[in-house]
Design a protein around this ligand. Structure first.
Ligand SMILES: Cc1cc2nc3c(=O)[nH]c(=O)nc-3n(C[C@H](O)[C@H](O)[C@H](O)COP(=O)(O)OP(=O)(O)OC[C@H]3O[C@@H](n4cnc5c(N)ncnc54)[C@H](O)[C@@H]3O)c2cc1C
Length: 514
């Protein structure tokens, strides 16, 4: 009985701790410092590669709930974060060196953990008594990436995130934009999306990150919206008349030229080694397209064909399309606008687009290396690979986003790998908990549009008024509703923790049943 874990980042370390705490010997393979990555700077385990923030720490905030659940599951990452906490208002931020030191020392001195500094180039053999967890992160080494592609299928493994900016719906100037589908072809056959907090029948989301820009970390911060379901709604977005799937920002020739000039002179973000690699033609940054010629964008993401500006009755000179990005309808993404321009510059340049002069950015555009699998195709909610249940994926490469989410997936993978090794049943907390909802999202979202996700209340099962203490109704108001969701999550987590831990299900149940 033993577990091998590849990758000593947040997910791998948490998984190692959970398994070793349950009495299972662990070998943890970490390739640094033998083989560095493009962004890690030290040889420490659980190095935070960028921000030192674990984001919000209150229960009216989904990542706050996720952290509280992790604390209750005795998370090493949470212990180390508390012990290295620095002042950061309502957020949990850490002294990154102290944080990584605590984790490195705790695991190095654990009698059941052996740390091997070695690059693993192919996925190790696994069995019921000796399961393997792969948690090699967004910068998984090339050799292992190639082996992963062999195991999950190259079409289910992604290497880049090409992310378009997202703006808050309420910050779009509706007097300047018009709603229409190109050639009046609707993508959704007349069905509109409307928030509904009474029941969660949603099994898919297209939004990866619902977070307004966070000045502290420089990365997007979280702003949850309520749980939602699909239902017909002719008035989904403020004053919109419900016709057409896109909001279109029309540009005159002068406006286009001013935008083009600003775009081609804007400063790009720092390029890491991996960014020098060739871009896929299908996800070229807009500034790269713009440098190919003054009109390239007008034949690409800014093409006006098939659109008629109702104010002029004519096709605009150019147009930017905004697509609803979350079911709640409060976020819109700029279609085809992936970009590497510095975030401050992005705001300046994109606000030249008519209708976006006062846009508030939920997320800025990015193109960066990010190795991850198509979770819903590959994984079960226990973080086991469906086609090979003695193998687990965890962390960012399993298709979640963010430090806390990566550690949370490692936590559950560690618990389940230990269960498997000890001949006990694997399981996942219910979808009413943040940790269960994240696992469910990563294994059940729509595979056709899968994007790594942060935890948000939107993916946690909505409140059922009939189960509210005292018989309901569900509280009105986002903050109260979120707190009620958190209280229910912590109650349900306690029930899951107290579950009888029976014999392991026959492994084929995982492979076949999901
Ligand atoms: C440039 C960049 C900036 C980011 N900034 C943030 C941020 O500010 N906030 C945030 O929440 N998230 C951020 N992320 C996402 C972040 O990477 C994850 O949230 C988190 O680090 C993922 O944890 P992990 O354990 O999955 O991967 P990691 O923490 O990256 O750990 C994976 C480990 O596996 C090792 N490894 C890789 N391949 C092999 C191999 N073949 N053999 C052995 N070991 C191997 C690596 O050396 C690494 O130590 C950023 C990602 C990138 C790429």
């Amino acid at each position: 009985m033993a577990i091998r874990i590849v990758g000593g980042g947040l997910a791998g370390c948490e998984a190692a701790w959970q398994a070793a705490s349950r009495g299972v010997p662990v070998t943890l393979y970490e390739m640094r410092p033998v083989r560095p990555t493009a962004v890690h700077k030290t040889d420490r385990l659980a190095e935070l590669v960028c921000s030192n923030s674990f984001r919000g720490d209150k229960l009216d905030n989904a990542v706050g709930l996720l952290k509280e659940e992790m604390r209750r599951l005795d998370s090493l990452v949470m212990r180390a974060a508390e012990a290295s906490r620095v002042p950061a208002g309502a957020a949990l931020a850490v002294d990154r060196e102290r944080f990584a030191d605590i984790i490195t020392q705790t695991l190095s001195s654990h009698p059941l953990v052996t740390i091997v500094r070695q690059e693993i180039a192919s996925i190790p053999a696994s069995s019921e008594r000796e399961p393997v967890i792969v948690a090699t992160g967004p910068l998984t080494s090339e050799a292992l990436s190639a082996d992963l592609a062999r195991i999950v299928g190259a079409e289910h493994l992604y290497f880049y995130d090409a992310i378009s900016p997202i703006v808050l719906a309420e910050s779009i100037d509706r007097s300047k934009v018009f709603r229409q589908s190109r050639w009046d072809r609707s993508l959704r056959a007349g069905v509109r999306l409307k928030p509904d907090t009474t029941e969660d029948t949603t099994t898919e989301r297209s939004d990866g990150m619902r977070r307004p820009a966070d000045a502290d970390s420089g990365r997007p911060a979280e702003a949850d919206s309520g749980s939602v379901r699909l239902q017909p709604d002719p008035l989904s977005c403020g004053i919109d008349d419900g016709e057409g799937d896109y909001l279109n920002c029309p540009l005159t020739r002068d406006e286009y030229e001013a935008f083009y000039k600003a775009l081609t002179s804007a400063e790009s973000a720092t390029v890491h080694d991996f960014d020098k690699e060739r871009f896929f033609e299908g996800c070229l940054p807009i500034e790269v397209m713009a440098h190919r010629g003054a009109d390239t964008l007008r034949f690409g993401p800014m093409k006006p064909v098939g659109l008629t500006d109702p104010r002029t009755g004519r096709e605009p000179y150019a147009a930017v399309q905004l697509r609803q990005d979350n079911l709640a309808g409060d976020h819109f993404s700029l279609v085809g606008f992936q970009t590497q321009i510095k975030w401050g510059e992005q705001a300046r340049v994109l606000r030249l687009i008519p209708g976006l002069e006062s846009a508030e950015f939920v997320r800025f555009g990015m193109v960066h290396r990010n190795t991850y699998v198509n979770g819903p195709t590959v994984l079960a909610e226990t973080w086991q690979v469906r086609a090979r249940p003695t193998l687990f994926f965890a962390g960012q490469m399993s298709g979640v986003e963010g430090y806390v989410e990566s550690a949370a997936s490692g936590l559950l993978a560690g618990i389940n790998a230990a269960a498997l090794a000890q001949g006990r049943a694997v399981s996942a907390p219910p979808r009413t908990t943040a940790i269960g909802a994240l696992a469910y999202y990563a294994s059940h979202a729509n595979p056709a549009h899968y994007e790594p996700s942060n935890i948000t209340f939107g993916i946690i099962q909505a409140l059922d008024p009939s189960t509210m203490p005292g018989g309901g109704p569900a509280p009105r108001g986002k903050k109260l509703r979120n707190i009620a969701l958190s209280e229910r999550a912590l109650r349900d987590l306690a029930v899951w923790q107290a579950r009888p831990e029976g014999r392991a299900l026959h492994l084929s149940a995982v492979g076949d049943g999901l």
